[in-house]
Design a protein around this ligand. Structure first.
Ligand code: GSH
Length: 221
């Protein structure tokens, strides 16, 4: 019988919002992985061999299966164990949860990148993408009004999939962001930024190299 005593290998990049959402799901589900912090300008050969498209996060399971989409890593982790019921929102209405995630990773992420890197693209376009992204955020503010969560009665998949991206949107211009009248969104994001799980997934790790001992994630406290 096959026996795998090494935890899955997880390639990550600390500041990547996709990697962040995967780390959040790994932590809440109590999975243990071997973290390999990489630099996007210096991708290791075994990372590219596992997933030639070269985006983080990537998870390689003990049986060799590779999961190289952040959402799929969230589903894998929560499929092992979901003590906080993050998947409840998905189970209740998969079509609407999927539509939300597609909009987040599609149009909102597109606006976010063009707003964030406005100088790289075009300044005027930056303003257009900020207001287009802001429309999405104003909707989130409305959605948060009732329970303070996007996933129903409590924070779940939709919250943790989106919070890292909303955080990035804020970082592009915190003063502007904090001046928007999105009271529920500000509380939601602030609660996340102050949370223990956010602190945990944002710990810093040295760049991985083959001579280094494997790094347990989440860290052994
Ligand atoms: N759809 C992918 C997107 C992941 C992604 O684009 N990650 C970025 C970093 S945040 C990346 O690795 N980009 C490759 C590069 O910059 O070379 C997912 O959800 O995992």
């Amino acid at each position: 019988m096959a026996h795998f005593d090494q935890p899955p290998i997880f390639w990550s990049f600390r500041r990547c919002p996709y990697a962040m959402r995967a780390r959040l799901a790994i932590v809440t589900s109590g999975q243990k992985v071997q973290l390999r912090e990489i630099l996007l300008r210096d991708k290791p050969a075994d990372f590219l061999a596992a997933s030639p498209k070269g985006t983080v996060p990537v998870l390689k399971l003990g049986d060799g299966q590779v999961i190289d989409e952040s959402r799929d890593i969230m589903f894998w982790a929560l499929g092992q164990n979901d003590p906080e019921n993050w998947l409840a929102v998905w189970q209740q209405n998969p079509a609407s949860a999927l539509a939300f995630l597609d909009r987040l990773d599609g149009a909102f992420k597109y606006d976010l990148d063009r707003y964030k890197y406005a100088s790289r693209y075009d300044h005027d376009a930056g303003a257009v993408h900020r207001s287009s992204g802001a429309e999405f955020l104003a909707e989130l503010d409305q959605d948060l009004q009732q329970t303070g969560a996007l996933s129903g009665a409590q924070l779940g998949l939709l919250d943790f999939a989106s919070l890292p991206f909303v955080r990035q949107f804020r970082i592009a211009d915190p003063v502007w962001f904090d001046n928007q009248s999105w009271p529920h969104l500000h509380i939601w994001l602030g609660g996340f930024l102050d949370s223990a799980i956010f602190q945990l997934v944002m710990q810093k790790y040295p760049q991985w190299n083959a001579d280094r001992q494997s790094i347990a994630f989440p860290p052994l406290l």
